[in-house]
Design a protein around this ligand. Structure first.
Ligand code: DON
Length: 607
C-alpha cells in the first residue's frame, strides 16, 4: 500500500512542479548548466525511513548548504570558545555574499554568510590545507552517510571567478581571523561548495542533525551532541540570510539554502527534509524549495515551536486477537477458523499526543504488518489528542487499507471530542466515516466477523435441550426426565434476564435461540461485556453451586428463547439419580476451565 506521506509528497511535487519564476544561478558560470525543471523532495525519519519524489537521484553541488556542516566540524575540532573568537552567531540581515564583519574585531557576524564560511573553513583540524580539506570532506561524508566527490568543473569555475570571495578572504587575513594562507582556506571553501550531492543526501544530512548528530542509518556520530543545538540555532537565525526572519515566521524550521538549488530543513527529533530545484529568488534561495517547506510546515504542523516528541513513543504494545479473542462463544467451526487466523487481527496501543511524526511511524508499522493482517484495532485509551494533520493522514491510511480489504477501527476514544472532531472533519467526502468501539472486546468481535466473512453469521442449527453441553454425558432416561422438567421462557431484545446482585432463585438457563450478553457493572456506571452466548450455551448455572446472588447481568441481544430448569427440580431428580449432579458439576468445571483459560489469555495479552 502506498503510504499517505508518500502520496502527499507526490501530490505536492506535482503541484509545485508547475511553479514558474526564479533564475538559475549564473555568477558561477558552470551553474548555468542546471535544468530549471529539476525538482525533488525528500523526507527522512529518525529511524531512516526515506520518502522521496521527483528527480531525487539528480546530483548537484551543495554550495552554501555545506556551511553549517563545516561550522559543526570547526566547533568539534576547535571548541566553542575558540570558534566564537573568529566567527559570531548574529544574523546579519544582509545577502549571503555581503562583507558583514564586526567593526571592532573584523570577525564575520555568523558562519552562514560567505565571510563566516571562509573563516570556518580555515578553522577545521589539519596541519596543512590538504589535511584540512580531507577533514572537511570526511566530516561531510559522515553526515551524508557515504564518501563524497566534488564537481571539478564547478570548483574550477568558481575558483576562476570568485573575486569577491578572494577579497573577503584577504580581509579576514587582515583582521587576523584567518591565521594561515587565506587563499588555501578559500580554495577549500570553494571545494566544499562543489561537493556533489542529491536530494536524498540532503535529507540525510538534515536527519543526522535532527537525530542529535547521529546518522539514522549508519548510526555513526557526525557531531558531538552538545554542538547540534548550536548549529541548528545558527541555521534558524541565519541559514536563509536576509530571508531568515520571514522563514522562521512562516516555516519555523532550522534550514540552510544553497545557490545550487538545494534547501535542507531540520525538525529536531522528528524529520530531516531535503528539497532541490535550481531556480532561485533574488535572495539566492530555491523558489520551489521555499514553497515546499511552507506547505510541509503548514500541512504537517512542523513549525518548530509546535509540539514534538519521539515518534516511536506514539505506538506502545502490539498484540493480536489470538492472544486476546472476543469473549463471545464462537461456534466450533468459527473457533477452528479463528484459531488459525485470529493473529491477522492486530491491536495497536497508541499513546500521547499524535502529531504527524508519530502517526507516520504508526502507519509505517501498519504497512509493514499489512501482508499478514486483516484488521487493525487502534486502541486510543492512552491518547491525549491528535493534530488535524495527523488525523488526516490516519483517515487517508484507513481508506487505503480499506482498498486492500484491511479494516482499521478505533476503540476506547470514549468522550474525547477533540479526537472525534479531527477524525470526523478530516474524513474525505466519499468516506462513510471511521468505526469506533467503546471497548476492545466489541472491536475485536467486529474484526473477527470481518475476518470470518460468511462464517461469522452461521445459521445456528436447531439445538434440543438434551444436546446442550452442560447436559453432556447424562444417560437417555435421565435426559428425558430433565427435558420434561424444563420450561420455556422468551425474552425481547435488550430485556434483562438476570441482574448483578439479584437474589439467586436457583434457575439455570439453556439458550435455544438467539444470543445473550453477559455484562459486569463498571464504576462509571457503564457495563463491560464479559462474553456473548448463543444457542446451546447455558448461564445461571452457579445457582447449582448454592450461589446466593447473581454475579453478572444477562441481557438479550435480540429475540431469545430459553429452556429453564429450577434448582429444586434438579434436586428432586438428583435424589433418585445422583449421577445428574455429578455430571452437571463435571460439565460446569470443564466450562469454567475454558473460561478461565480465555481470561488468562486476555490478562497475558494486556499485561
Ligand atoms: O560562495 C559562494 O558564493 C557560493 N559558493 C555559495 C553561495 C550560496 O550558496 C548562497 N546560498 N544561497
Amino acid at each position: 500500500m502506498q503510504s499517505p506521506i508518500q502520496a502527499y509528497l507526490d501530490g505536492l511535487h506535482a503541484q509545485l512542479a508547475r511553479m514558474q519564476g526564479g533564475e538559475v544561478a549564473n555568477y558561477i558560470p558552470e551553474l548555468t548548466k542546471a535544468d530549471p525543471s529539476w525538482f525533488s523532495i525528500c523526507l527522512v525519519t529518525m529511524d531512516g525511513a526515506v520518502y522521496s519524489t521527483g528527480d531525487s537521484a539528480q546530483k548537484f553541488t551543495i554550495q552554501s548548504i555545506s556551511k553549517p556542516f563545516v561550522y559543526a566540524t570547526a566547533l568539534a575540532d576547535r571548541g566553542v570558545k575558540f570558534v566564537a573568537g573568529k566567527v559570531g552567531v548574529e544574523p546579519s540581515g544582509d545577502a549571503f555574499n555581503s562583507i558583514s564583519l564586526d567593526p571592532k574585531t573584523g570577525a564575520p557576524l555568523n558562519p552562514m554568510i560567505n565571510a563566516g564560511a571562509i573563516a570556518t573553513a580555515s578553522l577545521v583540524a589539519g596541519a596543512t590545507p590538504e589535511a584540512q580539506w580531507q577533514r572537511i570532506v570526511d566530516s561531510m561524508g559522515t553526515f551524508v552517510g557515504r564518501d563524497l566527490d566534488i564537481d571539478e568543473d564547478v570548483y574550477r569555475s568558481e575558483s576562476d571567478t570568485g573575486f569577491r570571495n578572494r577579497a573577503i578572504a584577504w580581509m579576514l587575513k587582515n583582521f587576523g581571523i584567518i591565521d594561515g594562507e587565506p587563499m588555501a582556506s578559500l580554495e577549500n571553501y570553494f571545494r566544499q561548495c562543489s561537493i556533489l550531492v542529491d536530494c536524498r543526501d540532503l535529507a540525510f544530512m538534515a536527519a543526522t542533525l535532527a537525530n542529535g548528530g547521529v546518522h539514522p542509518l549508519t548510526g555513526r556520530r557526525a557531531l558531538p551532541l552538545e554542538h547540534v543545538e548550536r548549529v541548528l540555532s545558527v541555521m534558524a537565525t541565519c541559514g536563509m540570510y536576509d530571508f531568515a526572519g520571514s522563514w522562521v515566521y512562516e516555516v519555523g524550521m532550522p534550514a540552510k539554502s544553497g545557490v545550487g538549488g538545494g534547501i535542507i530543513a531540520v525538525l529536531p527529533g522528528r524529520f530531516g527534509i531535503g528539497v532541490f530545484s535550481p531556480p532561485l529568488d533574488p535572495k539566492g534561495n530555491s523558489v520551489r524549495g521555499i514553497e515546499v517547506c511552507r506547505h510541509l510546515s503548514r500541512d504537517f504542523d512542523l513549525h518548530v515551536f509546535s509540539r514534538a516528541g519521539d515518534p516511536s513513543m506514539a505506538l506502545g504494545r502490539i498484540y493480536t486477537a489470538d492472544q486476546a479473542p472476543s469473549k463471545r462463544q464462537p461456534s466450533p467451526q468459527m473457533r477452528r477458523y479463528l484459531n488459525d487466523n485470529a493473529h491477522r487481527i492486530k491491536y495497536l496501543c497508541l499513546h500521547g499526543f499524535l502529531a504527524v511524526d508519530g502517526i507516520e511511524y504508526v502507519i509505517r508499522r501498519m504497512i509493514e504488518m499489512a501482508a499478514d493482517s486483516s484488521s487493525f484495532i487502534l486502541d486510543m485509551h492512552q491518547v491525549d489528542g491528535i493534530s488535524e494533520s495527523a488525523a488526516r493522514l490516519l483517515n487517508d491510511a484507513r481508506l487505503r487499507f480499506a482498498g486492500e480489504n484491511i479494516a482499521v477501527v478505533f476503540s476506547r476514544i470514549h468522550r474525547r471530542h477533540a479526537i472525534k472532531h479531527f477524525l470526523s472533519t478530516t474524513s474525505p467526502k466519499n468516506d462513510r466515516g471511521y468505526l469506533s468501539f467503546e471497548d476492545n472486546d466489541l472491536a475485536v468481535e467486529w474484526c473477527e466477523n470481518h475476518l470470518l466473512g460468511d462464517l461469522a453469521m452461521p445459521t445456528p442449527d436447531p439445538i434440543a435441550l438434551v444436546d446442550c453441553p452442560l447436559l453432556r454425558g447424562l444417560p437417555p432416561e435421565l435426559l428425558a426426565q430433565v427435558d420434561k422438567a424444563a420450561t420455556v421462557q422468551c425474552y425481547r431484545q435488550d430485556e434483562s434476564i438476570l441482574t448483578t446482585g439479584q437474589a439467586g432463585d436457583g434457575r439455570v438457563f439453556f439458550i435455544a435461540d438467539g444470543h445473550v450478553s453477559i455484562l459486569v457493572p463498571l464504576k462509571n456506571g457503564a457495563h463491560q461485556r464479559i462474553t456473548t452466548l448463543g444457542p446451546g450455551m447455558s448461564f445461571g448455572e452457579m445457582a447449582l453451586l448454592g450461589q446466593t446472588t447473581r454475579s453478572a447481568t444477562v441481557v438479550a441481544d435480540g429475540e431469545v428463547r430459553c429452556w429453564v430448569l429450577e434448582a429444586n427440580d434438579i434436586d428432586r431428580l438428583a435424589r433418585d439419580a445422583p449421577t445428574l449432579r455429578i455430571v452437571l458439576l463435571e460439565n460446569i468445571s470443564r466450562d469454567m476451565a475454558e473460561k478461565l483459560r480465555r481470561a488468562t489469555q486476555w490478562i497475558a495479552a494486556l499485561a
